[in-house]
Design a binder for this molecule. Structure first.
Ligand code: SF4
Length: 904
């Protein structure tokens, strides 16, 4: 196994994006370039990949990286910066106590990073004020599993999706958010005619492409739907009474609530806004199919009743005994690459390390293991409460690691204000300029994917190595090392004597087995004595991996997994509760915390888009990925569009009680009437006003603390600026002011969408500020007041800008194509001034297939003229959809739009 590659040696590592945790092979090529390909040997993806993973090599440049420590904007040495951090935290703790400081960490961290951060805060600072952005992603799943099983243990594997005969996807746009799992299901469907897929979602997402049944339920009514299922299964005598008697507690109370809240199929249909026959179909399929997997993600978790939703789902699996065996179980799909690793080491404020909670015996055990007399004895502040504490001045020093809460937290503007008031804000990150680094007093440069080494755990409890294949650039360092350096300066050197990530991992493994004796499900004691070489060569494996599993595992070849590793949880019907029985939790339905009103009549849903990840700090660097959706947008149902006078392409202001965004309208019926959808990704780096977090009220689930991102009352109105425009430029432009700005990287240029509320006195003078000298500029203002200007250096187009009073502007695709001309022809120069191509050009349109840059217009033309009737047929003609396959649902939608059949 190569650990740090020289050119030409491929390194097996894992993708840094979603919770699927795909294995990748990364290789430094001669000349310094990097190639990234899917790993055919990794059990998570078996050679599959999605558009984001396939574009990873395009995101690795040093442009925009944070490369040196900084203190208040000036470059500093590591020694000085670490002293400022350690002394600053020490000073605040001495003056105000350990609960006056906090760490806000990230599911992007490796397990080893997470472990030492948690150890420093809970073990030695003596506060549990460490929480993670995974709180925003899957805390409800953790809380639901814990309530039901007595342990935060995901009971399923990805292979269960292939062995099931019914997959119920709840609040999960798998096709875009876990694309490789979606591809595995597509493959499984092609091999198993009995496999049916049900999609339950308020939005008609790309995942509906494989749905045999789609339930577009009213947001927030999931508990009623699953309570109704439990009640129906009881009426239909489809419960597993033997399993219930032997292994379950709480059935009577749960059923009683289910009967009361969902007395009939009709009542459920009415409450959920569904067709009665569709509800009955789901209930019958569930009742009559032994092998059922119910997979869920943020659509369930991100809710003020998220934990109850999880338990309502888990209840039907427990009551039918559909757990602990192949092809069945309630399956939480995590969003981030290492949300699960964070759970294992206590990255959540309400957990200790190694899946222990704050029970006195656990506190005592961990205190002894770490030799940490000051160990925190009670849970700390969860994310929303932590930033509340910051706002109220109770938190006086915070260290934010690898995350961007000024974009991603609810009430994001308040988060920004709160950071602005905080005495000491430390941010360790790999990116220099984020909305959050702008608030920092101290910036610490962190190594990033490809430069650091450690482990991550994916959604199926599989621990895989992330391996380093690039040097740490400039002065950047691994996060575990930065935390360790601060810990030493704070006087805890003896307990932080790590030389490598392997040292940290071994301690983590030892702790998992410490006084465990089968009482805790998370146990990787077999890894406690790994040598450095064995750690470097560690093959992906599922926990548990107990020491009693023996040396055979440690010496196994890389691709072999010992027979007992990852033994199926709950196969013996034993759970981690005091009685050994699982709990059915009574789940009375609760309405969302905030309801629409006359002022805010629509319900905002948020989520991810296919080609972006989080706040775009990485995926935003790839022109291919940006081409799919270069601007922030809102999807508005046609009924609401008519009601509020909005058409596609308009700028729209979306406003809530806490903030506003201005985004581009996309009118369509993927959302229901009364609902709108805005993606989560845009930050101030990419758009003037598109941080969706600014719209979200900080209401959280009372059990899990997970905020509600799926149900925010908002208003919309068409935003009418005095002018619209766009600019394309080979070099980044500095643009200040204006009412609207969205920037995106294109192939060889930057794209800026613009709008303003005041028409300048002179457009050429306005353009001076944007484009610089007029010497190389051609420009024109036509009789309608439209301005067009272009800079040509040598013979090449350098930059151009187009302004009009309306949104009717030249095609960006046509202009972008001119950047490829080595010598800009006279005809092209005239065409720019005319604002239209000299001869009709075949437009590619917005990119649908990122891998081969195939646009929507190209696809529609080919579908119509060549009578393409399947995604396969499109692939043969245009290659679209033949690499990662992420765009296949969109190809099929285009076939339908063009009026053709879809026979793939
Ligand atoms: Fe990465 Fe895509 Fe795999 Fe997720 S599905 S881990 S984003 S390659």
């Amino acid at each position: 196994m190569t650990v740090e590659s020289d050119a030409g040696a491929a390194v097996q590592t894992t993708c840094p994006y979603c919770g699927v945790g795909c294995g990748l092979k990364a290789e430094r090529l001669a000349g310094g370039e990097v190639s990234v390909a899917p790993d055919p040997d990794h059990p998570a993806n078996r050679g599959l990949i999605c558009s984001k993973g396939a574009a990873l090599a395009e995101t690795l440049g040093l442009e925009g990286r944070l490369l040196y420590p900084e203190i208040r904007g000036r470059r500093a040495s590591w020694e000085e910066a670490l002293d400022v951090v350690a002394n600053g935290f020490r000073r605040v703790i001495d003056a105000c106590g350990p609960d006056s400081v906090a760490f806000y960490v990230s599911g992007q961290l490796l397990t080893e990073d997470y472990y030492v951060a948690n150890k420093l805060m809970k073990g030695f600072i003596g506060s549990a004020n460490i929480d993670t952005n995974s709180r925003l992603c899957m805390a409800s799943a953790v809380a639901g599993y814990k309530r039901a099983f007595g342990t935060d243990t995901v009971p399923c594997d990805y292979t269960d999706l292939e062995q099931a005969d019914l997959i119920v996807l709840v609040g999960s746009n798998l096709a875009w958010c876990h694309p490789v799992l979606y591809q595995r299901i597509v493959q499984a469907k092609s091999k198993n005619d009995n496999l049916r897929v049900v999609v339950i979602d308020p939005r008609r997402t790309a995942t509906c492409d494989i749905a045999d049944l789609f339930l577009q339920l009213r947001p927030g009514t999931d508990v009623i739907l699953f309570n109704g299922l439990l009640n129906h299964l009881r009426r239909d005598d489809a419960l597993d009474w033997e399993f219930l008697d032997a292994h379950i507690e709480g059935f009577g109370a749960a059923l009683s609530v289910a009967k009361e809240s969902a007395p009939s199929v009709l009542a459920v249909a009415v409450a959920c806004g569904l067709d009665e026959d569709d509800v009955l179909e789901l209930y019958r399929w569930f009742g009559r199919t032994p092998r059922v997997v119910t997979a869920f993600s943020q659509g369930v978790n991100q809710s003020t009743s998220g934990t109850d939703k999880v338990n309502a789902i888990v209840n039907v699996h427990l009551a039918t005994g559909r757990i602990g065996r192949p092809g069945m179980g309630p399956f939480s799909l995590t969003g981030q690459p290492n949300a699960m690793g964070g759970r294992e080491v206590g990255g959540l404020a309400n957990q200790l390390a190694a899946h222990m909670d704050f029970a006195p015996a656990n506190v005592d055990r961990l205190r002894r293991f770490w030799n940490a007399p000051r160990l925190a004895t009670a849970p700390g502040l969860k994310a929303v409460d932590m930033f509340d504490g910051l706002d109220a001045g109770r938190i006086k020093a915070i260290w934010i690691m690898s995350t961007n809460p000024v974009v991603s937290m609810p009430d994001a503007e308040r988060v920004r204000r709160a950071l602005g008031r905080c005495e000491l804000v430390v941010v360790s990150d790999c990116v220099r300029d984020t909305d959050t680094t702008a608030c920092a007093h101290v910036l610490l440069p962190a190594a990033t994917w490809g430069e650091k080494s450690g482990t991550v755990t994916n959604s199926e409890r599989r621990i895989s190595r992330q391996r380093r294949f690039l040097p740490e650039p400039a002065e950047s360092r691994a996060d575990w090392r930065i935390v360790t350096d601060v810990a030493r300066r704070m006087g805890f050197g003896a307990q932080f004597e790590y030389r490598s990530s392997a040292d940290v991992f071994r301690e983590h493994a030892r702790l998992s087995a410490f006084e465990n004796d089968g009482t805790r499900a998370f146990d990787i004691g077999a890894c406690a004595e790994l040598t450095d070489a064995q750690y470097d060569a560690l093959a992906p494996f599922q926990w548990p991996r107990r020491a009693s599993d023996g040396a055979a595992k440690r010496n196994a070849p890389r691709t072999a997994e010992p027979a007992t590793a990852g033994a199926r949880p709950f196969a013996d019907g034993r759970f981690y509760t005091p009685s050994g029985k699982a709990h059915l939790v009574a789940t009375p339905p609760r309405a969302p915390a905030v309801r629409p009103s006359a002022e805010y009549p629509l319900v905002l849903n948020t989520g991810r888009i296919r080609d972006q990840w989080h706040t775009m700090t990485r995926t935003g660097r790839s022109a291919r990925l940006m081409a799919h959706n270069p601007e922030p947008f809102v999807i508005v149902h046609p009924v609401d569009a008519a009601r509020f006078g909005v058409t596609s392409g308009d700028l729209v202001e979306v406003r809530s009680d806490t903030g506003r965004v201005v985004v581009r309208a996309d009118v369509g019926d993927s959302v229901g009437a009364g609902h709108v959808f805005v993606p989560i990704h845009w930050s101030a780096r990419f758009a003037s006003d598109a941080r969706v977090g600014a719209l979200i009220a900080p209401a959280a689930d009372p059990v899990s603390g997970q905020p509600e991102f799926k149900h925010t009352p908002v208003s919309i109105r068409r935003y009418e600026p005095a002018w619209h425009g766009f600019a394309l430029s080979r070099e980044p432009l500095s643009i200040d002011g204006g009412a609207y700005l969205a920037r995106a990287r294109g192939q060889g240029y930057w794209r800026y969408e613009l709008a303003g509320e005041q028409i300048p006195g002179s457009w050429p003078e306005w353009a001076d500020a944007l484009l610089g000298s007029r010497e190389e500029r051609v420009e024109l203002i036509d009789s309608a007041g439209r301005y067009r200007g272009a800079c040509v250096a040598g013979e090449r187009l350098q930059a151009c800008v187009f302004i009009a009073r309306t949104k009717a502007l030249p095609s960006r695709g046509w202009i972008a194509g001119l950047f490829a001309e080595e010598t800009l022809s006279d005809a092209s120069r005239l065409a720019i001034l005319a604002g239209r191509p000299s001869k009709p050009a075949l437009e590619a349109g917005p990119i649908v297939c990122s891998c081969f840059s195939v646009g929507r217009s190209t696809l529609l033309r080919a579908i119509r003229t060549q009578e393409l009737v399947s995604a396969d047929a499109i692939g043969k003609v245009l290659r679209a959809g033949t690499n990662c396959g992420s765009c296949v649902p969109e190809l099929k939608a285009l076939i339908a739009e063009a009026g053709g059949p879809d026979v793939r």
